[in-house]
Unconditional design. Structure first.
Length: 256
C-alpha cells in the first residue's frame, strides 16, 4: 500500500513532495555529480556490497546501476520506507537492521560502504571490528565522513569563539531531536590520522584515500548568510586536507 507521508532527513513530506525532491536530486546528479559520491564510487570493487546507513537509498541505487548486488540497511524504518519507494532496483535488498544487534554471517560481503555514518555511531570501533568479521578475505571497507580539519570546520569554530555562544550551543544540543539521521546527531569529528589509526587497530590497511568537496561554505555577514565557496568549487584541489570530506578505502588484513 502506497504511503501518503514520509519522514526523511529530519522532516515530514507528502509522497508528491518527496518525489519532487528525489527527481530534483537525480537531475542535479546527472548534470553535476557530487565529488564525494564520484570519488567513493570509483573505489568500489567486488560483487556483493553492503551499504550500512543507506538512508534514502541514493548511493545504493547508484551502486546497483553500476552492476553491484547491494544489501542496504538502516536502523530507521522510515528511511527504508523511502528507499524502497524512491530508490528501488532488482539488484537491491533493503532492510531495517542494526548490524551489531542482528549480525550477518561471517565473510558475507566483498565490500562494505559506510558513507557519512561513522560520525553518528557511539561505538565506531565495534562497527569496524564487525565489518572485518563479515567481509570476505581481501574485502574492502569504504568510509566517507566530514573532515575535522576542513576550512568549513575551522570557520564554524570561529562562530562560537565567544563564551555566550558556547553556552547557547550547550543548551541547543541538550534539546536536540533524536532519531533524525541528520548532521545534528554527529557525535564524532574525524581527522585523517585518527581515522587511519582506528582502522589499523581494527584490522584494516588503508590502501587508498582522498579528500572531496571544497564547500559549500556559508558565513554570516552583515545579518545575511553569504556563500563564499560553492560545493563544486576547485579552489581547494591542491589543499586536500582542507576539503570538507575524508574518504578511505581500507582492506581487511589477514589474520597473523
Amino acid at each position: 500500500m502506497l504511503k501518503t507521508h514520509y519522514y526523511y532527513d529530519g522532516k515530514n513530506y507528502s509522497h508528491e513532495e518527496l518525489k519532487k525532491i528525489f527527481e530534483s536530486e537525480i537531475n542535479e546528479h546527472n548534470k553535476n555529480l557530487d565529488e564525494r559520491i564520484e570519488k567513493t564510487l570509483s573505489l568500489v570493487e567486488g560483487e556483493k556490497i553492503l551499504d550500512v546507513g543507506c538512508a534514502g537509498g541514493g548511493l545504493s541505487k547508484m551502486l546497483a546501476d553500476m552492476g553491484f548486488t547491494v544489501h542496504a540497511v538502516d536502523i530507521l524504518e522510515e528511511s527504508i520506507d523511502v528507499a524502497k519507494e524512491f530508490a528501488n532496483s532488482p539488484k537491491i535488498t533493503y532492510e531495517t537492521r542494526d548490524v551489531i544487534k542482528q549480525p550477518f554471517l561471517e565473510e558475507s560481503f566483498d565490500g562494505i560502504v559506510f558513507l557519512e555514518t561513522i560520525e553518528h555511531v557511539e561505538n565506531p570501533a565495534q562497527f569496524f571490528k564487525e565489518f572485518h568479521r563479515i567481509l570476505k578475505t581481501n574485502g574492502n571497507l569504504y568510509v566517507s565522513t566530514p573532515n575535522a580539519t576542513s576550512i568549513k570546520n575551522l570557520l564554524y569554530a570561529l562562530s562560537y569563539r565567544k563564551k555566550d555562544k558556547q553556552k547557547q550551543l550547550i543548551k541547543e544540543i541538550r534539546n536536540e531531536t533524536l532519531g533524525t539521521g541528520t548532521h545534528i546527531e554527529h557525535i564524532y569529528n574525524w581527522d585523517f590520522q585518527t581515522l587511519v589509526r582506528l582502522l589499523d587497530r581494527c584490522g584494516f590497511d588503508v590502501v587508498e584515500h582522498t579528500f572531496a568537496r571544497s564547500g559549500p561554505i556559508v558565513i554570516p555577514l552583515f545579518g545575511r548568510k553569504i556563500q563564499i565557496i560553492k560545493g563544486n568549487s576547485k579552489i581547494l584541489d591542491r589543499w586536500g586536507p582542507l576539503k570538507t570530506t575524508l574518504i578511505m578505502k581500507a582492506r581487511k588484513r589477514k589474520s597473523s
